[in-house]
Design a protein around this ligand. Structure first.
Ligand code: UT7
Length: 331
């Protein structure tokens, strides 16, 4: 029997209209365009201003973009995974609502949370369902409304994060294209270096937690940076060596967009020139679960069937990893 591999067959995206520029941030906190640009590579980030709209709003838009472009019938979707660190609410799942709103009435769905590695880990999950032979269309959406957890008086975080969503459809492939290999890791040593402390079971919402601003994201940037640089570079290199790929065999590096210096360090370790590295951090900042699918959507027209893509991500938890995927279509 021919082996079933899990390939991405379509992508879609959504980013809110409002662009929060470095110049505007200069009026909000003690920072400047030069510092942000040189330390992170970010020029602006998109913000979902509407107070009554959550992550699902963007997830739905990204999914609808994919559905429109690929002309699929949403009734054929078997499963919807929403990778997110900022679900609409703790319970019920953002994925269940999203699936219903896009007309995926025959799907089951759930959320997946691994901070900035959510989409990467979701690629692994989606692929297993496809490879099992039981499911034919798995929609993986990475979406985050980071502005809902940002303290806009904290210059250590407010300059970095933005809002957005991207979607990818996974389908069976009989030509050997799609996901080839993965190496995924986590380590609870990172728990306190990048987190939203309150609002969960360890520190439920109270007057005290609100007063202390514990519902906002905090990070010890320098520590996270060090772990991210070495981890993303290590796993990317591992993907090449254990699949006998030389740097010339790699067509694209698809790195999580947290900091341009982390992206460059990862590319340097595997010896890739900048033209093989997908980058859109200057436009969107760090959109957490949405960075990888937003890259795919932005670079879709440059991707060719058979291209070798190395995905790499690092996030809170800590969580990190790399995936080797062969692109399955020309657009
Ligand atoms: O996506 C999930 C994973 N997250 C990441 O991978 C993020 C990893 N971390 C980073 O990207 C970087 O650590 C940051 C961009 C967050 C910070 O850059 P950094 O080069 O590590 O800066 P730093 O925290 O070491 O701070 C250097 C200096 C400090 O001043 P002193 O103590 O040297 O006088 C900070 O107070 O820069 C100062 N600083 C700022 N200055 C202007 C910190 N934030 C700002 C700011 N504007 N926004």
């Amino acid at each position: 029997m021919t082996k079933i591999t899990a390939a991405i067959s379509a992508v879609g995206k959504f980013v809110p209209e409002y662009a929060l520029t470095n110049k505007e941030l200069e009026t909000m906190v003690d920072t400047n365009d030069e510092w942000i640009t040189s330390r992170t590579g970010i020029k602006e980030r998109r913000i979902l201003k509407d107070k009554d709209k959550g992550t699902s709003y963007m997830a739905i838009k990204a999914a609808q973009d994919l559905i429109k472009k690929s002309n699929i019938d949403p009734k054929e979707i078997d499963m919807v995974i929403v990778a997110t660190a900022t679900p609409d609410m703790l319970v019920a799942s953002t994925a269940a609502y999203t699936a219903t709103e896009i007309g995926a009435v025959n799907a089951f769905s759930y959320d997946l949370q691994a901070a900035c590695s959510s989409f990467l880990f979701g690629m692994s999950t989606a692929s297993r369902y496809i490879e099992s032979g039981r499911y034919k269309k798995v929609l993986l959406i990475g979406a985050d409304k980071m502005s809902s957890v940002i303290d806009y008086t904290d210059r250590a975080t407010c300059i970095i994060f933005g809002d957005g969503a991207g979607a990818a459809l996974f389908e069976p492939n009989l030509e050997g294209l799609g996901l080839q290999d993965e190496y995924l890791r986590s380590d609870g040593v990172g728990r306190n270096f990048l987190k939203i402390h309150a609002g969960g079971s360890i520190a439920p919402a109270s007057e005290e937690t609100i007063k202390n601003g514990e519902h906002f994201i905090t990070q010890e940037g320098r520590t996270v940076f060090k772990y991210a640089v070495s981890s993303m570079a290590d796993v990317s290199e591992k993907m090449l060596t254990r699949n006998n790929l030389s740097k010339d065999d790699v067509d694209w590096l698809v790195p999580h967009q947290a900091n341009n210096r982390i992206i460059e360090a990862t590319a340097n370790r595997v010896g890739l020139d900048s033209e093989k590295v997908m980058v859109n951090i200057h436009k969107y900042g760090n959109t957490t679960s949405a960075t990888l699918p937003l890259l795919l959507a932005d670079y879709e027209k440059d991707l060719k069937k058979g291209n070798n893509l190395i995905f790499a991500a690092f996030g809170g938890g800590f969580t990190w990893g790399a995936i080797y995927l062969k692109w399955a279509y020309n657009s």
